[in-house]
Design a protein around this ligand. Structure first.
Ligand SMILES: Cc1cc2nc3c(=O)[nH]c(=O)nc-3n(C[C@H](O)[C@H](O)[C@H](O)COP(=O)(O)O)c2cc1C
Length: 410
């Protein structure tokens, strides 16, 4: 049940007589802590009103591609598709299943399904003969081949008066199957990560600071990827502009290196991490004597005295249990391999992810990255230029394989 807490479910409701059960399904999902947004086909509205599902889900129901013809507004199917952790089509009619197979986009739900990046689950509901028809069975097989999970309909008396298979699975069973399905897709469930992310800002006075251009995108992508795989994540974030919304991620916002160190050490004491990932671009130095007021332009000092900041990752790695897997990041302006190998040793990391400003599209500010995984002098894996999400997937694969050989620490 806890598996559904905070999960974002786009519930597609289609024109089956069983659409009335979607009201109970919304209740089941909401009670389990899921966030539910309902998309109805025009056909579904013949069976149940948007008002019912909107009230139960606590969100407006979407059903039309366009909203106000005069104002020229539309429903953002791409945004809806990207919002969900899963799209659950329940009940799924024979018509919608065939539209999914063909990749048709003639209603809002089908366009959401086409633009979604998240997995899809369908719970078919139809008359026995429609369900056993060769076309429907072929469509279900085609969808399963594409990775769509099918919640089998139940057997029994059908609305048509026929007996047989085709009844929408009961809402409680759909909720249970969805929970089991999420659990199955969470190979890192029960594991915990501590991730630092973003730059730090070291104040000179009330308004000025020393900082850097780290956007935090790579670290956030890693946190999300690990959370998707079931991990809980303590995300210690310097000043970044990215919103992070995942039930498995607990975010603490900090400004300075000293604050980041304190927050990360306290998170570590609170819960032993199975993996530590230092993606933060911590300022190496801080002004020795910042002032709490804004210094007037005429009073600006001609030089600034600086104090070295602590090495946060090294401190964490030293405090962590030996079987914790420790990952550092290194941004080099040249090849950087030697520096990465040094970092590996000095900071007591198991892996350093190296990216170089010499590679186009890599490093700060970009949505892409090109990295090398430096495990040691004799094991360096080089990757092509990829999106930061794809880099996160590559790293998560390494972490998953490493943790499979290590005991759970918390
Ligand atoms: C009373 C009634 C009940 C229906 N029940 C189902 C059903 O359970 N399953 C199904 O696949 N189609 C059912 N249909 C047919 C669909 O409503 C029809 O194929 C429609 O085009 C589906 O559109 P949609 O998939 O876009 O919602 C039913 C139609 C009527 C009139």
């Amino acid at each position: 049940m806890a598996m559904l807490k905070g999960r974002r479910v786009v519930l597609g409701v289609t024109g089956s007589i069983a659409a009335y059960k979607s009201a109970l399904l919304v209740r089941e999902l909401v009670k389990a802590g899921a966030k539910v947004r309902v998309v109805m086909t025009p056909g579904a509205q013949e069976f149940i009103t948007p008002l019912t599902l909107g009230t139960l889900s606590g969100h407006p129901v979407h059903s039309e591609l366009t909203q106000d013809r005069n104002a020229g507004t539309w429903t953002d199917h791409v945004e809806l598709g990207l919002w969900g952790d899963v799209i659950l089509v329940a009940p799924a009619t024979a018509h919608t299943l065939s539209g999914m197979v063909e990749g048709r986009g003639d209603n809002l739900l089908l366009t959401v399904l086409l633009s979604a990046k998240c997995p899809v689950v369908v719970a078919p509901a139809m008359d026995r003969d429609m369900f056993t028809h060769e076309a429907t069975q072929a469509n279900l097989q085609a969808l399963e081949k594409r990775g769509v999970h099918v919640i089998e309909p139940g057997e029994g008396e059908l609305a048509s008066g026929l007996e047989g298979k085709g009844r929408l699975a009961e809402p409680e069973r759909i909720r249970e199957e969805l929970t089991a399905w999420f659990t199955e897709r969470s190979p890192l469930l029960g594991r915990h990560a501590l991730i630092t992310v973003g730059p730090t800002h070291e104040p000179l006075d009330a308004v000025r600071f020393i900082g850097n251009r780290s956007s935090g995108r790579q670290g956030v992508a890693i946190a999300l990827e690990l959370a998707q795989r079931g991990m809980t994540v303590d995300l210690i974030a310097g000043p970044i502009e990215i919103e992070v919304d995942h039930p498995g991620i607990r975010r603490v916002n900090v400004e300075t290196a000293l604050e980041m160190e304190a927050a990360a050490q306290s998170a570590l004491l609170n819960r032993a991490p199975d993996v530590i990932i230092g993606t933060a671009a911590v300022a190496d130095v801080r002004p020795t004597s910042p002032t709490s007021e804004k210094t007037a332009k005429t009073n600006l000092p001609s030089s600034i005295s600086l104090t070295e900041n602590p090495d946060i990752l090294q401190g964490l790695n030293e405090a962590a249990p030996p079987s914790c897997y420790k990952v550092g990041f290194a941004l080099a302006h040249d090849d950087g391999l030697e520096a990465a190998l040094r970092k590996l040793e000095q900071k007591k990391c198991d892996l350093v992810v190296l990216n170089s400003l010499a590679d186009k599209g890599a490093g700060f500010g970009h949505t892409t990255n090109q990295v090398r995984f430096v495990h040691g002098p004799n094991r360096i894996d080089s990757f092509d230029l990829k999106s930061k999400q794809e880099v996160a997937v590559d790293l998560a694969e390494v972490i998953q394989s490493q943790l499979s050989e290590r005991p759970t620490l918390s």
